[in-house]
Ligand binder design. Structure first.
Ligand SMILES: CC(C)(COP(=O)(O)OP(=O)(O)OC[C@H]1O[C@@H](n2cnc3c(N)ncnc32)[C@H](O)[C@@H]1OP(=O)(O)O)[C@@H](O)C(=O)NCCC(=O)NCCS
Length: 159
């Protein structure tokens, strides 16, 4: 059996990570706004995507999902979740850096994402990482995220 890494590790997810990813999604997004287990399973096993996880002592503390589109040099960040018990330790920043490395390997020139206008931590994370707000999307979400259905679209040039 391989030794358990003693330092934080970012790696590609495997199907064995799915239960921990589902649990973390529901911890970060209680209620109807969470991706369903079926959607997460699709994103992990079938979609043209990359799912990266951050672990410490084999405990999954965060994940990020990137969606690629065949023939496109633009990729999307679908979501990023960090365990509330482990936030403000640089985990999201590590995941985002690893995601951008993965996108470079896929020859991606531009990344885009949508974030609730009320999600201050996520907006701070993306701004810190060089993302710019390019659009305001009124009533973007079906359900309120952090108290709002409005979103910002944010983009970053990777080339
Ligand atoms: C957004 C989220 C992923 C940040 O994860 P994290 O591991 O705590 O973030 P990091 O420690 O890597 O912080 C990186 C930067 O993000 C910003 N940031 C993170 N949390 C913040 C907060 N609560 N308030 C303001 N800025 C914050 C800061 O700029 C921070 O840099 P700093 O610590 O040097 O000030 C986390 O809060 C989370 O999982 N939230 C719930 C799920 C979610 O909303 N995901 C976003 C979907 S679009």
């Amino acid at each position: 059996m391989p030794a358990t890494p003693q330092t934080p590790t970012v790696r590609h997810a495997t199907p064995d990570d799915l239960p921990s990813i589902i649990a973390l999604e529901n911890k970060c997004f209680p209620g109807p706004i969470a991706y369903t287990p079926r959607q997460l399973c699709y994103l992990l096993t079938t979609a043209n995507s990359a799912v990266l996880v951050e672990t410490l002592h084999n405990r999954l503390r965060g994940f990020i999902i990137i969606l690629y589109r065949r023939g496109s040099t633009t990729a999307g960040i679908e979501t990023i979740d960090v365990d509330p018990d482990a936030q403000r330790n640089g985990i999201a920043r590590r995941l985002l850096t690893a995601a951008e490395d993965d996108m470079h390997a896929h020859h991606i020139a531009r990344v885009r994402l949508e974030v609730s206008t009320q999600n201050t931590p996520a907006i701070g994370l993306y701004q810190h990482a060089g993302y710019n707000t390019t659009e305001f999307l009124h009533n973007y979400y079906t359900y309120k995220h952090h108290g709002s259905r409005d979103a910002f679209r944010m983009t970053k040039d990777l080339s």
